[in-house]
Design a protein around this ligand. Structure first.
Ligand code: G
Ligand code: G
Ligand code: MN
Ligand code: NA
Length: 252
């Protein structure tokens, strides 16, 4: 409850910030997109998203918070693109955000306000959101996709119904959960599963992103498997917009 009150105040007092984690094309090592990640500095204390996203969801504050995240992230990425840097943006969605009445409109508004083209925006959902009573969610996401927005399944492989969402919802991308990537080259089963997910994704015509790349060995194996894109501390850590500015200058 105290956290809930603090969250409300944090929103009013603009205590939230965004970081952006680069996502690279594994074949060329070029940065193709950034994933927006919300950060909360409660005074001088950093509160991890895992601690406040649940309470924000329970209190409904996730809706205005997510609207701010989308607007802010679209604005930043549109500015980078205006400097002739061809990058895309990935944004994580929460369940309550998608089911809120203003969801589709707020995404469209974030795009039109910033001038970011719909095709430059990828919305990430987790499998669990697409399993039960998901008709309304699937319908809303499909509406956005028909506007040109891309959809990704985040943490792919960890849900208990991994393959059903691929049939129910037209998606563009799967993001392989870090728990698979962690075992690359060290655990035979995880290596085999990763290879299988890459192949499955490609057979379905999807972009496959590996997350949580921390060791050179993982990067090499993913390249050898033909995985499309990679993300992780070895490639680049999440960074403030200023950090992305410098990255852009060295990338252009
Ligand atoms: O950035 P970090 O690894 O600490 O994120 C932890 C979790 O919080 C991840 O599951 C991530 O998807 C989620 N997360 C980070 N930023 C956002 C956001 O802007 N919106 C939503 N809904 N989830 C986020
Ligand atoms: O659930 P989601 O995939 O959206 O979570 C993304 C989070 O994963 C980010 O908040 C980021 O801080 C974290 N992350 C990104 N790269 C790595 C990595 O290489 N290792 C670990 N442990 N976490 C990472
Ligand atoms: Mn994500
Ligand atoms: Na993930």
């Amino acid at each position: 409850l105290e956290l809930a009150a603090d969250l409300q105040r944090a929103l009013l007092e603009k205590q939230f910030a965004l970081e952006f984690q680069p996502i690279v094309d594994l074949a060329t090592s070029r940065v193709t997109a950034v994933e927006a990640l919300v950060r909360w500095w409660r005074g001088s204390t950093f509160v991890p998203p895992e601690q406040f996203l649940g309470p924000a969801e329970d209190t409904g504050l996730i809706v205005p918070l997510s609207e701010w995240i989308l607007k802010e992230a679209c604005r930043e990425v549109a500015a980078w693109r205006a400097s002739s840097w061809d990058i895309g943006l990935s944004v994580n969605l929460s369940l309550r955000q998608i089911t809120s009445p203003s969801f589709v409109e707020s995404v469209s508004e974030a795009l039109s306000d910033s001038g970011l083209p719909p095709s430059a925006l990828t919305l990430e959902v987790v499998e669990e959101m697409l399993v039960e009573d998901a008709e309304e969610i699937i319908s809303r996401l499909s509406t956005l996709r028909s506007l040109g927005i891309r959809l990704a399944i985040d943490d792919f492989g960890t849900g208990y119904a991994s393959l059903a969402p691929l049939r129910q919802l037209p998606v563009d991308m799967v993001k392989i959960d870090p728990s698979f990537v962690a075992g690359l080259g060290q655990d035979e089963t995880l290596t085999l599963l990763t290879r299988t997910i890459v192949r499955l994704g490609h057979d379905l015509g999807l972009i496959v992103v590996a997350e949580g790349i921390e060791r050179p060995e993982q990067l090499e194996l993913l390249r050898e498997m033909g995985c499309t894109r990679g993300q992780g501390y070895l490639v680049a850590r999440p960074m403030a917009a200023r950090g992305v500015d410098s990255l852009m200058r060295t990338s252009l």
